[in-house]
Design a binder for this molecule. Structure first.
Ligand code: PRP
Length: 214
């Protein structure tokens, strides 16, 4: 894709709207397709940008391989994926946190062979290794809260935002792990070859974030 446009990888799903809102606040004129479309590539030539809409977990992959110059990725995804990209700005959107949860009747101290379900197997393995606890990890791709209810796992490691999903499924938080927000990430080569346009984007986003904080 050699369009001459800055290619931005955006995460489809719950981060998307907030990320689009932030870009608009930063003065980028995004076309109406952003609000209601199933297209995966959206050009915004008046802003000099092309957007590719990827699964959140895949955004750092597109940026690492250079098919996107920059992208928006959750800190959870950055930790799990360990991609070779620069994380240049905390966008401070989509704030949530990672937590360990289980059924209220669950007693970790009585569990000799704990099974942990998660969409984040690496992050989960690292966490329990640091805690000095040996666990078996079961990788799932979503609806993680189901696992303890049906007996697939004893505990889960997942994102908590409002806490509604845990609550509605009768699970309780056992440990809070890491705070999560979305990050602006950059391909290392693009950061050199397209420095001016990327620096400008970082400055504009940083200014909007700063306004929101003060
Ligand atoms: C995420 C996460 C939790 C839920 C937390 O799932 O995995 O299930 O949101 O949000 P809450 O605390 O506001 O209830 P998502 O909806 O992204 O879908 P998934 O189950 O496919 O991962």
């Amino acid at each position: 894709m050699t369009s001459g446009l800055l290619t931005v990888a955006m995460p489809k799903g719950r981060i998307f709207e907030e990320a689009v809102g932030l870009l608009r606040e930063a003065g980028y004129n995004l076309p109406p397709e952003f609000d209601d479309s199933r297209r995966l590539i959206i050009d915004a030539p008046e802003s000099g940008m092309r957007f590719i809409l990827a699964k959140p977990m895949d955004v750092p992959t597109y940026v690492e391989h250079g098919v996107a110059d920059v992208g928006v990725a959750g800190k959870d995804v950055m930790i799990e994926e360990e991609r070779d990209v620069y994380e240049v700005l905390d966008l401070k959107i989509s704030a949530c946190y990672m937590a360990v949860a289980a059924l209220p009747t669950y007693r970790a101290e009585e569990d000799v062979n704990p099974k942990i379900a998660s969409k984040y197997p690496k992050l989960t393995a690292d966490y329990f290794r640091e805690q000095g606890e040996q666990v078996e990890i079961i990788k799932l791709n979503g609806s993680i809260e189901l696992a303890p209810i049906v007996g697939l796992a004893d505990r889960i490691v997942d994102i908590v935002s409002t806490g509604q999903t845990l609550k509605e499924n009768g699970l309780v938080e056992m440990e809070t792990m890491i705070p999560i927000t979305s990050r602006f990430i950059v391909n290392p080569v693009s950061y050199r070859t397209k420095a001016a346009v990327i620096d400008d984007m970082v400055d504009r986003l940083a200014a909007v974030i700063e306004e929101g904080v003060s």
